[in-house]
Design a protein around this ligand. Structure first.
Ligand SMILES: [Zn+2]
Length: 112
């Protein structure tokens, strides 16, 4: 997989043929020279942490700027971080649930 959409001679978006001198795709009209900020590495990382979470993987896999290796590294990281966050939330839920049960029974939560 090439970073330069023109090298393969196809549009990064629709995969139809593109000439080396084309600035825009003749079929879908996408820009073949510069790419929107949300397909850049920094844009994807910012969106991941500010808004999208693991859903930003859609951008990773659509971005014409990502190498095959980069896509898999981002995917593995997203899966790992999501798993750790879910595990952390579940652990917190269990601790809070135990504490609430203790309070409802008129006892102080363990550790207080
Ligand atoms: Zn196209």
């Amino acid at each position: 997989m090439s970073k330069d959409p023109k090298e393969g001679g196809v549009c990064w978006n629709c995969r139809k043929p593109a000439a080396a001198e084309d600035n825009f795709c003749r079929f879908c009209g996408r820009n073949l020279v510069s790419f929107p900020w949300y397909y850049q590495h920094w844009g994807i990382i910012a969106l991941t942490f500010l808004a999208l979470g693991p859903f930003s993987l859609v951008l990773v896999w659509r971005s014409p700027l990502m190498s095959r290796t980069a896509r898999w590294v981002y995917t593995a990281l997203a899966v790992f971080i999501t798993y750790e966050l879910v595990k952390g939330c579940y652990h917190t839920y269990l601790v809070v649930n135990d504490a609430m049960n203790a309070v409802l029974k008129g006892q102080l939560p363990a550790g207080l």
